[in-house]
Structures are given as C-alpha cells and as structure tokens.
Design a protein around this ligand. Structure first.
Ligand code: HEM
Length: 140
C-alpha cells in the first residue's frame, strides 16, 4: 500500500459517508432553496392559503428554515442548539394543516428545488421525503 492509500483509508474525515448536507453542496444551495420557496409563497397565488398561515414578514422564517435544513441534513446544528431542541412534528402539531395546505407546501418546495438548480436526482429524493413529512402533518 502506498503512503497516499494509507492516508486515504486511515483518515476518518475522508471515510465518513457523505451527509445530505454535503451532497446538496452546503449552506449556500440550502439558502437558495429556502429563498426560492418563500419567494414563491410571496408571489404565486397558487400558494395563497399557505402564505396566509404565515406572518406578514417571512424574513425570520427564511433564517429558521435555512437553520433547520442545515442541521437536519447533517451540517451545523447551531440553529437547533439555539432553539434549545426542536421537533418539526411537534412544532406543527397545533397548526390547522389541511391536505390542501400540506400539498401547497410540498408543491412550493418541489418548485423551489428546481428554481435553486439542485441536482435533479437529489432533488427528487428530497421531494419524496419532504412530501411524506408534510402529509404526516395534516390534521383532519
Ligand atoms: C405541511 C405543511 C406545512 C405548513 C402548512 C407549515 C406551516 C408553518 C407555519 C405557518 C410556520 C410559522 C409558525 C409561526 O410563525 O409561529 C411554520 C414554521 C416552520 N416550519 Fe412549517 N409548515 C409545513 C411543513 C413543514 C415542513 C415539512 C417542514 C420541514 C421539513 C417545516 C419546517 C418549519 C420550520 C423549521 C419552521 C420554523 C419554526 C420556528 O421558527 O419555530 N414546515 N410552518
């Protein structure tokens, strides 16, 4: 085994499997997705009911969703630590989420992944997971 091979196999950082955070390309693409998502809510009437559930100023939501995705996908957990812990299902459990607003959420996120130019195969995987998660938040 050459020296290069030894260092490659013995470096824990290089052996660690990629996280979804690494696969999407870090914080910058995540921020692009989140910005595209809230830009769509602000501009496209097909998401009107979902938009109406949010406060007029969605700037804090842009920060929150960016921090959430970063930690959830395996990047820095700074946002979760600052929250003192966070469960996305519990946070939504008191919201009157219908099939219609859950679908608006998933549709807007799917469109945002395209706008943000996330690699289509990875975007399809994110879409599948997030669509299921959003459907699980529907309360009757
Ligand atoms: C099912 C459809 C969904 C609806 C209708 C919805 C709606 C909302 C609303 C109205 C807020 C703001 C709450 C407030 O200002 O008090 C919020 C916050 C948030 N949502 Fe959702 N949401 C949905 C799905 C999701 C999903 C699937 C995720 C994550 C994958 C998510 C992540 C977040 C995060 C991180 C926050 C910020 C929480 C905070 O700062 O405390 N949401 N959501």
């Amino acid at each position: 085994m050459t020296e290069t091979e030894t260092s490659r196999t013995e470096s824990p950082a290089q052996n660690r499997p990629s996280t979804p955070f690494d696969m999407i390309g870090g914080v910058e693409p995540i921020r692009r997705v989140v910005d595209a998502f809230y830009d769509l809510l602000e501009s496209d009437p097909q998401y009107a009911e979902l938009r109406a559930m949010h406060a007029p100023d969605m700037a804090p939501m842009r920060e929150a969703l960016t921090g959430f995705f970063t930690g959830w996908m395996g990047g820095s957990r700074e946002w979760f630590t600052a929250q003192g812990g966070f469960c996305v299902m519990t946070r939504h459990s008191k919201m009157p989420i219908t099939e219609k607003t859950a679908k608006q959420w998933s549709d807007a996120m799917r469109a945002a992944l395209v706008v943000a130019k996330v690699e289509p195969g990875f975007a399809a995987q994110m879409d599948q997971i997030l669509t299921r998660l959003a459907a699980g938040m529907v309360r009757g």
